[in-house]
Ligand binder design. Structure first.
Ligand code: HXC
Ligand code: NAP
Length: 289
């Protein structure tokens, strides 16, 4: 068995109806496809209807499951409410919301316009609280239990230069995750997050590491396990977090990054550049003393 295989048993999400924002591309699509393989119904939503339509058809073919789609800009609360209403009409009771939609670009912060800052914060933070509020109010009113799963990044807690709007917004999403884990637990609503390290997707790679940048800043080189993530590994974790198997996990953020952020955090971690000969020499000097 390997990490690129599905992990949970076939019926692990049978009867679950899940909304996935940004579910037509990249990681959202990979997680949605695995939910479908495990027996869930999924509604994918994002701005581009053509992308959703094409992805939904392909995902149904790949998984044998049922996929609904609804075009919606998560920045607009009215559109979000309509999306949730449609999801319920088509699938019935909603059991989970995966807040995965995001926007990001790399830039020195002083080069960003205030509108550029707004664009990212609005998609990531406002989009997440819009969807969370619309679905959460619905669950509470109808006395239904549910699960929120939010995709953040490891720089949600460290911060990071050159992606400041994204870092600020993801930190806000993490705060929402932890706050509601406590406040809404009394309604049977759990709230967790996943912080992925580098997982190649068209969306992230083309915007964050365009052209030659990807060769210069090879993300795999920053990861202690020596590779980037495979989509199925993230899908396995997301399915567990969305399923009833994780019923006692609430308010946590699970990092899946091969140790990447800790490598950057440990003050002496770059001593991996010291060769065995150099260590021998230093040991010799110490013993002589
Ligand atoms: C600086 C930029 C910019 C850039 C746009 N803007 N691109 N500023 N650098 N590269 C500015 C524009 O000039 C404009 O400001 C404002 O931002 C809005 O631009 P629009 O193009 O009108 O925005 P919109 O059409 O809403 O597009 C949103 C987007 C786009 C974020 C710009 O990239 C997008 O749709 N992204 C979604 C997918 C994505 O980004 N996926 C990556 C997620 S990866 P002015 O002032 O000119 O009006 C991730 C974590 C990665 O989040 C971690 C990796 C390890
Ligand atoms: P992606 O394919 O570009 O996904 C972003 C999705 O968000 C797209 O489907 C996009 O669809 C949707 N979206 C953007 N703006 C929207 C809006 N206003 N309303 C509704 N939907 C919107 O990138 P990805 O790499 O899979 O990223 C998925 C998630 O993983 C993001 O939360 C990202 O921050 C996180 N992440 C990724 C990595 C990585 O290495 N890939 C690492 C850490 C975290 P439309 O354009 O059709 O709207």
């Amino acid at each position: 068995m390997t990490y690129s295989e599905g992990m949970l048993r076939d019926d692990a999400m049978k009867g679950k109806n899940i909304i996935v924002t940004g579910g037509g591309t990249g990681l959202g699509r990979a997680m949605s496809t695995y939910f479908l393989q495990l027996g869930a119904q999924v509604l994918i939503t994002s701005r581009r209807e053509e992308v959703l339509k094409e992805s939904a058809a392909e995902m149904e073919k790949e998984s044998g499951g049922k996929v609904f789609y609804f075009a919606c800009d998560v920045r607009d609360y009215e559109q979000v409410e309509n999306m949730v209403k449609y999801a319920e009409e088509q699938m019935g009771q909603i059991h989970g919301l995966l807040n995965n939609a995001a926007g990001n670009f790399i830039s020195p912060t002083e080069r960003l316009s205030n509108r550029a800052f707004d664009t990212i914060v609005d998609i990531v933070l406002k989009g997440t609280y819009n969807c969370t509020l619309a679905v959460g109010k619905n669950w509470i009113e109808k006395k239904q239990q549910g699960v929120f799963l939010n995709i953040v990044t490891t720089y949600a807690w460290t911060g990071s230069g050159y992606v400041v709007p994204s870092a600020a917004a993801k930190a806000g999403v993490l705060a929402i995750t932890r706050s509601l884990a406590v406040e809404w637990a009394k309604y049977g609503i759990r709230s967790n997050a996943i912080a992925p390290g580098p997982f190649p997707t068209e969306g992230a790679w083309s915007r964050l590491l365009p052209g030659e940048l990807v060769k210069k800043f090879d993300p795999a080189k920053k990861v202690p396990v020596g590779r980037v993530g495979v989509h199925q590994e993230l899908a396995n974790l997301a399915a567990y977090m969305m399923s009833d198997f994780s019923a006692y996990v609430n308010g946590d953020v699970i990092t899946i990054d091969g140790g990447e952020w800790l490598k950057g955090a440990g003050e002496f971690n770059n001593l991996e550049m010291v060769t065995e000969d150099m260590w021998d020499m230093m040991e010799g000097m110490r013993k002589k003393k």
